[in-house]
Design a protein around this ligand. Structure first.
Ligand SMILES: NC(=O)c1ccc[n+]([C@@H]2O[C@H](COP(=O)([O-])OP(=O)(O)OC[C@H]3O[C@@H](n4cnc5c(N)ncnc54)[C@H](OP(=O)(O)O)[C@@H]3O)[C@@H](O)[C@H]2O)c1
Length: 350
């Protein structure tokens, strides 16, 4: 009977991954299906459906019996997030894992001056490992009037979680949120007075630091209801996002850099490089009891110089007071956007 019960529980697990059509998100899906092809219901929540369909067929080619579904969501759009959440509620009766992985770093600029300065400073390893001080971006504004990076990386996901709350908080069972953060999340880039980072040049770092803070406060508010949240850093991984950092470099030039990256990996285990390695911690978290995780830790994918993957928790530079204040501000913004949406619907009913 116990075996049967275990099988039933295992069969029903629903896992939703945002940004699952490429990079680290897709590598996670591949890794999950490699250990459990038939017992999981995987939902790839993607913006670009052409790429999503390609990812879907690739996964089904290697795992023909897998249960893989597609869901359209643009995390930079309020209406898209809300209708995607409604669709999830219609399709599934449970949601066990929600990987909040979609993310952008638009128009990144590599600050060559800061790079060469850093190269001869004591900060060189940190600079390579976290990109601190050498990456700036040019943010845009979404049609909803919010900063694009904030909306895509953080607030769209926050709304998604809020919409899915009844599914995620179920008596007698636990659910897990996993935020793909970054070691580029720096307190110095974040301000409670400007949570959308309208005024600065590091919206990416700000949004990732905000996800670290938010995860902590979500644990405070939701653990009692069975919902747990953690943040991860995949390390430095070669994906569309990182290829974009030096736009004037053709992709093949990156390949020429590979031996240099391998060399750097001898000194810093954060150079995970491949999406498979980067997804290590996401996969590891899937196997953990959420109650055993430290809400103040960021879990890192690491790869040794010899290419061995492992996970390590590292204390985050966050505090409960700031995270509570951010939570209040996000709830306030949520009230505002919902009111605006209602008013718009009143003005032009569907
Ligand atoms: N690569 C690294 O070194 C690194 C390091 C630290 C953290 N990260 C984080 O890892 C996560 C995954 O990135 P990646 O490196 O795997 O890069 P990637 O291959 O570019 O993947 C990003 C994913 O996010 C999706 N996405 C972007 N904007 C979206 C939107 N508005 N709505 C829905 N989906 C959207 C993309 O879908 P489309 O096909 O529609 O663009 C894509 O599937 C990101 O959160 C990133 O910040 C990456």
């Amino acid at each position: 009977f116990l075996y049967w019960q275990f099988e039933v529980n295992r069969m029903n697990k629903v896992i939703l991954v945002t940004g699952a059509n490429s990079g680290i998100g897709l590598a996670l899906c591949e890794r999950l299906l490699s250990v459990d092809t038939e017992g999981l219901q995987l939902c790839l929540a993607c913006r670009n459906m052409r790429r999503a369909e390609a990812a879907h067929s690739a996964l089904l080619t290697s795992h023909p019996k897998a249960q893989v579904a597609l869901l359209q969501v643009d995390t930079s759009s309020i209406s898209s997030v809300i209708s995607a959440a409604q669709e999830v509620k219609k399709r599934y009766d449970r949601l066990d894992y929600l990987y909040l992985n979609a993310g952008i770093m638009p128009n990144p600029r590599f600050d060559v001056n800061a790079f060469f300065k850093g190269l001869f400073s004591r900060n060189v390893i940190t600079m390579f490992a976290t990109g601190e001080g050498i990456l700036t971006q040019q943010d845009g504004v979404t049609p909803d009037g919010l900063q694009e990076v904030f909306m895509t990386n953080l607030f769209g996901h926050f709304l998604f979680v809020r919409e899915l709350e009844p599914m995620l908080c179920r008596a007698g069972r636990t659910s897990q949120l996993v935020w793909t953060s970054s070691s580029n999340a720096h307190r110095s880039a974040f301000s409670l007075e400007d949570i959308q980072h309208k005024k600065g040049t590091q919206p990416y770092s700000s949004s990732k630091y905000a996800s670290d803070l938010l995860s902590l406060t979500l644990n405070t508010h939701y653990n009692k209801q069975g919902l747990y949240s953690s943040v991860i850093c995949p390390g430095f991984v070669m994906t569309n996002l990182t290829y974009n950092i030096l736009p004037s470099f053709p992709a093949f030039l990156w390949t020429l850099f590979t031996p240099i990256f391998w060399l750097i990996r001898m000194f810093t285990n954060t150079f995970t490089l491949t999406p498979y390695n980067g997804a290590e911690v996401l996969f590891w978290l899937f196997k953990q009891k959420p109650e055993s995780l430290d809400p103040y830790a960021k879990y890192h994918s690491l790869t040794s110089g010899l290419g061995n993957n492992y996970t390590q928790p590292r204390k985050m530079d966050i505090d409960l007071e700031t995270s509570e204040s951010l939570y209040e501000k996000l709830l306030q913004l949520e009230r505002e956007v919902r009111k605006k949406l209602k008013d718009e619907q009143k003005e032009s009913p569907p």
